[in-house]
Ligand binder design. Sequence first.
Ligand code: DC
Length: 223
Amino acid sequence: MSFIVAIDGPAGSGKGTVTEIVSKKLNLTNIGSGAAYRCVALATIENNINISDTNKIIDLLDKINIEYKKENDKDLIYLNGIDVTKRIRESDVAKIVSQVSSIKEVRFKLNDIFRAQAKSQDVIMEGRDIGTYVFPNADVKIYLDASIEERANRRLKQNEELGITNMSYEEIYNNIKLRDKNDKEKEIGALKQAEDAIYIDSSNMTIEEVANRIIQIINKKRA
Ligand code: DC
């Protein structure tokens, strides 16, 4: 049986960065579920499909190939053979991704991909419904939270590091607020803390402090 770590939480809570650090330190394969939803959103844009045209988005699923790759110690995501790691962080994708992720057929397809990845290897997965729905029997479940202001600041910094400069603090703040609402009110796959998840508020913690705390929790469970 593989060992599964589920990290859930809202946009900008630090899940992505923390998961990357923990995955490297503990040699767990990092499967970013948000990135997969972003790939479907990007494919929707590239195929000029209107976000309200659910059937067309569902049809698109058969033509989408998503691959997680590690190159030079970097976690990359490929959509139909093209590296879209940076592209999926841009604002046009961010705007529609929550709506795309509300389509249940999209969730079923991506959940199949995630579960298949975890069959043969120890994984750490970050997302919204990993501990509640994708892997309800995960060995370790963390719910990572932070204030909206802090999360908007972090996303702004992350964008700068990626060379994305066309989104203001206000735009990011409003995007996060809207996505929180969508994410929490979604009919399926809603963002929710699993009953047996450990709650961590990272507002006043450094990324390293959060990562170390999670590593401690995992090591205790693995011992
Ligand atoms: O973590 P992120 O910001 O990259 O996530 C992008 C979007 O995908 C976000 O709006 C919520 C959605 N998502 C989801 O519905 N379920 C997941 N397990 C992960 C992300």
